[in-house]
Design a protein around this ligand. Structure first.
Ligand SMILES: Nc1ncnc2c1ncn2[C@@H]1O[C@H](COP(=O)(O)OP(=O)(O)OP(=O)(O)O)[C@@H](O)[C@H]1O
Length: 215
C-alpha cells in the first residue's frame, strides 16, 4: 500500500472541469514533485488528497486514517489572524482534540524544536500579521510538521523565500523523508523538483508526464 492514491478523479468548479480524470498512486516515504503551468490544477489536486475538496467523480484513498497535513501557500492564508507564531505552530498539535486542551510537555518540546529548525525561535512572540511572506511560509510549514502526519502536502513551500530559508526548508523536507513521511510538493522550481524521486506534470487537469527524478 502506498501513501495515497487518486483513482479516476474528476473535479469541477461549476461547469468547469479543472481535474480531468487523474489516476495516480503515491508511494509511501517518497518525495513526489508536481509541476505544471498556473491553473493546471496542482493546488486542486492537493485539496482533493487532503480532503478539503471532494471529487465530482472517482475516489481518493489514503493509507493512514489520520488526515494528511496540508501546507498552503502563505498568500492563501489570512494575515489578519490574531495569532502569535508559537500559537500558530501549536495549532498543528491539536489534531482532533479540543483546542482548549493544554499542550503536553512533549508537544511543547516538539513545537520548540520545529521553531528552531525553521529559524523562527526569535519570532515566536510576533503576530502572524507582522511577518514577511517568507517568514509566514516557514510558520505554515512548521504548523504542518507539528501535525505529525505520514503524508505531507506542500503547496509551493519555497516560493518567494530567501536563500537561507530555502536551504532550511529543503533540510526539513529531507528530514521528514528520512522519517518515512511521504511528501507531495507542488513547485515551479526545477531545482526543487530535481530532488524528488518522481516528477508529475499537469496540464489542464490531466497528467501529461510522470517521470522518475534524478534523486
Ligand atoms: N475557488 C475556485 N473557484 C473557481 N475556480 C477555481 C477556484 N480555485 C481554482 N479555480 C480554478 O481551477 C483551476 C485550477 O486551479 P489550481 O489553483 O488548482 O491551479 P494551480 O496549478 O495550482 O495554479 P498555480 O500554479 O497558479 O498555483 C484554475 O483554472 C483556477 O482558475
Amino acid at each position: 500500500m502506498g501513501a495515497a492514491s487518486v483513482e479516476n478523479v474528476v473535479f469541477s468548479y461549476g461547469s468547469r472541469r479543472v481535474i480531468d480524470g487523474l489516476d495516480i498512486h503515491f508511494r509511501a516515504g517518497a518525495l513526489t514533485a508536481v509541476k505544471g503551468a498556473n491553473g493546471s490544477g496542482k493546488s486542486t489536486l492537493l485539496g482533493l488528497i487532503a480532503g478539503t475538496l471532494r471529487p465530482s467523480q472517482g475516489a481518493v484513498h489514503l493509507a493512514e486514517a489520520a488526515r494528511p497535513a496540508l501546507v498552503l501557500q502563505h498568500s492563501a492564508v489570512s494575515q489578519a489572524l490574531p495569532l502569535t507564531v508559537r500559537a500558530a505552530v501549536e495549532m498543528g498539535c491539536w489534531g482532533n482534540r479540543s483546542w482548549l486542551r493544554r499542550l503536553r510537555a512533549q508537544e511543547r518540546g516538539e513545537v520548540a524544536e520545529l521553531l528552531d529548525r525553521l529559524g523562527l525561535t526569535e519570532l515566536a512572540h510576533r503576530q502572524l500579521g507582522e511577518l514577511s511572506g517568507g517568514q509566514r511560509q516557514r510558520v505554515l510549514l512548521a504548523q504542518g510538521l507539528a501535525q505529525r502526519s505520514k503524508l505531507l502536502l506542500l503547496d509551493e513551500p519555497t516560493a518567494g523565500v530567501d536563500e537561507q530559508s530555502h536551504a532550511r526548508i529543503r533540510e526539513v523536507i529531507a528530514h521528514e523523508l528520512a522519517r518515512g513521511v511521504a511528501v507531495i510538493e507542488v513547485t515551479h522550481s526545477n531545482a526543487d523538483a530535481a530532488e524528488a524521486g518522481r516528477v508529475l506534470v499537469l496540464a489542464d487537469g490531466r497528467l501529461v508526464s510522470d517521470s522518475l527524478g534524478v534523486a
